[in-house]
Design a protein around this ligand. Structure first.
Ligand code: AMP
Length: 282
């Protein structure tokens, strides 16, 4: 496993693999790696292809009052984890100057359609545009055949699917399942913001979504009623709910009572310094 920071070196490595007939899979991250990230890399490595992971804490996707400065940066530990797991061929760790040569303020930015202002986007204005802005750059630099993203950030997945289709980017998108702690809490770098008491409260989000999913599976179509119940449950556990919604899985449009519609339940809640998100497919 080799770590590189320069765009030219990255392109040269990929070009060499391509020349040898190899396919390239790409797993972008913001580092502070956990088993969820590693599970994506393992999935990327199941096919006979090279795996590139990136670590870049992208300033363009953080709001002014968000945790960009405080976001955990643990490169040495991340490198050790990746080396031990043995699935990643190349780790790309660019500087902000590589990704935004004219500065973040003067960067060319992507603007996603209105789904980017719903769900997580409603409380994080500009967040998904910032994600699209960096993912597009990273795809241009790495030029992978396959892009692996996690279900944990399902709205991000759907928006990146949309961006890839709309911009005709030559990459195939794949999704890895959400990796969880044994009590159901979705693994996240931000879980480290939780103190011991909050860590015990945190699985309540997943629990509420599970019960919501059961109600839907039982055939309940009063979405407003059952999402309000889930919010109340999250609140009783001591979290501050942001949203709980039932949406169409394909495009995150509003769910209808149609019988053969595939759905997803999504939720977000604040707990101390952390904002937790989770979702479950029906
Ligand atoms: P992040 O470092 O949070 O930007 O995440 C990088 C990638 O890992 C994204 O595609 C996430 O969806 C994915 N990811 C984060 N947490 C998990 C998890 N618990 N299980 C699976 N994938 C995850």
């Amino acid at each position: 496993m080799r770590t590189i920071g320069a765009i030219g070196e990255m392109r040269a490595a990929v070009a060499e693999w391509r020349a040898g007939g190899e396919r390239v899979a790409f797993v972008p991250t913001m580092g502070n790696l956990h088993a969820g990230h590693l599970s994506l890399a393992a999935l990327a490595a199941t096919a006979p292809q090279r795996v590139v992971m990136s670590i870049f804490v992208n300033p363009a996707q953080f709001g002014p009052s968000e945790d960009f400065a405080a976001y955990p940066r643990t490169l040495a530990a991340d490198e050790a984890l990746i080396a031990a797991a043995g699935n990643v061929d190349l780790l790309f760790v660019p500087t902000a100057a590589e990704i935004y040569p004219f500065g973040v303020e003067r960067a060319v930015r992507l603007q996603l359609p209105s789904l980017a202002s719903e769900l997580c986007g409603a409380t994080r204005p500009g967040h998904f545009d910032g994600v699209a802005t960096v993912v597009c750059r990273l795809l241009n630099i790495v030029a992978p055949d396959l892009l692996y993203l996690g279900q944990k950030d399902y709205q991000q997945f759907v928006l990146m699917q949309l961006m890839i289709a709309d911009l005709a980017l030559p990459v195939e998108l794949r999704m890895g399942p959400t990796h969880r702690e044994s009590d159901g809490l979705a693994m996240s770098s931000r879980n480290r913001y939780l103190d011991a008491a909050q860590r015990r409260q945190a699985p309540a989000l997943h629990g509420a979504l599970e019960r919501l999913r059961t109600r839907l599976r039982d055939g309940v179509v009063d979405f407003a009623g059952i999402t309000a119940e889930a919010r109340a449950e999250i609140e009783r556990a001591g979290l501050k709910p942001d949203y709980v919604e039932v949406r169409r899985r394909a495009d995150l449009g509003y769910a209808t009572s149609g019988r053969d519609e595939e759905r997803v339940v999504l939720g977000a809640a604040w707990l101390g310094r952390a904002r937790l998100i989770d979702n479950l497919f029906l």
